[in-house]
Design a protein around this ligand. Structure first.
Ligand code: HEM
Length: 145
């Protein structure tokens, strides 16, 4: 069965929640989903699925080097398909450049505890209060001062 999906522009699209519409009927397991059905992919939950990710709630950056254990469509930070993020490669490059410039001089230490973070569902996923981190000069920089 060919599946065709379109993003529905008449309804609110949120990056933690993709809202889309099937324009052909499809089968999901034993269920037949009629054409025109609107469905949502809750990205927040998708990225925390235990059957896809090893210890999904744990900060394990090595998962991106050693695995992936997940299905290609189980990790969608930039969405997928023809309307995925056009700036994906640029955003990743910008992130790496900024972080490497920062980490070369500073050690980043946590202040806000993960369990104290309260999420707010806005156009994008936001946090209620600021997340604080402490920047500590790396020792070589301390000696040069
Ligand atoms: C970490 C940063 C970013 C994330 C997580 C992100 C994520 C996304 C996601 C999930 C979508 C699909 C939205 C939807 O279906 O409604 C999207 C679309 C888009 N993004 Fe990004 N984005 C990022 C940075 C950027 C940057 C830096 C640019 C431009 C320089 C950009 C340009 C776009 C454009 C033009 C679209 C619309 C594509 C289309 O509708 O055909 N994004 N982004």
């Amino acid at each position: 069965m060919r599946q065709i999906r379109k993003n529905n522009t008449n309804i609110i699209k949120r990056k933690f929640l993709y809202v889309c519409e099937y324009i052909l009927f499809i089968f999901l397991g034993k269920y037949q989903i009629p054409a025109g059905t609107q469905y949502a992919i809750l990205i927040y939950d998708l990225h925390r699925l235990g059957e896809q990710f090893v210890e999904p709630l744990k900060f394990r950056p090595e998962r991106f080097q050693m695995e992936p254990t997940w299905h290609p469509y189980a990790y969608l930070p930039f969405s997928a398909g023809p309307r995925n993020c056009m700036g994906q490669k640029f955003a990743m490059m910008e992130l790496k450049l900024t972080l490497s410039a920062l980490l070369r001089r500073y050690r980043l230490l946590p202040v806000t505890k993960p369990e104290d973070i309260i999420f707010r569902f806005d156009y994008v996923l936001r946090v209620k209060d600021p997340i604080y981190v402490k920047l500590e000069l790396r020792s070589e920089d301390k000696l040069n001062r």
